[in-house]
Design a protein. Sequence first.
Length: 260
Amino acid sequence: MTKDHQRVALVTGAAQGIGLAAAQRFLADGWAVAMLDNKGAVLAAAAAAAGAPDRVLALTRDVSRPADAEAAIAAVAGRFGRLDALVNNAGIAHFGPLMETPLEAWNEVMAVNLTGPFIMTKAAVPLMRETGGAIVNITSISSLRASTLRVAYGTSKAGLGHLTKQMAVELASYGIRVNAVAPGPVDTAMAKKVHSPEIRADYHDAIPLNRYGLPEELADAIVYLCGPGASYVTGQTLAVDGGFDAAGIGLPTLRRDQNG
């Protein structure tokens, strides 16, 4: 069990990308961290590489399954005795035109990206309310701006943005703050998989800072919102996007007719 002064974070989707960067940043700041992901082998390697076995708990679970969420929180309570921060980062994407998006793909994206944070939060609050704390939901710049190919992904993240506000209002009485971080284009495995050279070039032209973000830069924002420096911040969405949303510039590769 952790010392009374040692804070504990649970990060979902922690095997790689933004989730892994957030877990590493929490550890660097002295937190204990439960790393949750459904990719067991990748998660185990990431947890082992973290270099703080006494402060790391690896949980191979699926955020879309209520039983998995309950089991994860029980494991955190058993190992650390408290929970101060929940980062709902786990997410999946299906990119394709509206008319070519199967209902099965829509349902899967919603189950992980929107229902997952709902399930994880409901499971976590009974433990979190003992000390108060913070929840950070990872949305996306696609929750703020529409484009082609993102009907399921963008809608799920927009829903998560409103869920963030709903949670902030309802959980404030428990001393739990709830905010969201909306990443712009970030150099993650998902982005590298789906962003063509043409899309990457368009993003560079449209982003005032003229580059993709780094997972570590998103981690900085996440940890800030979980810490004492954000003690009066709740119900907000912080876009970490290099100025992309502020510029309001569309991407030609995401405006064209993708349906034929």
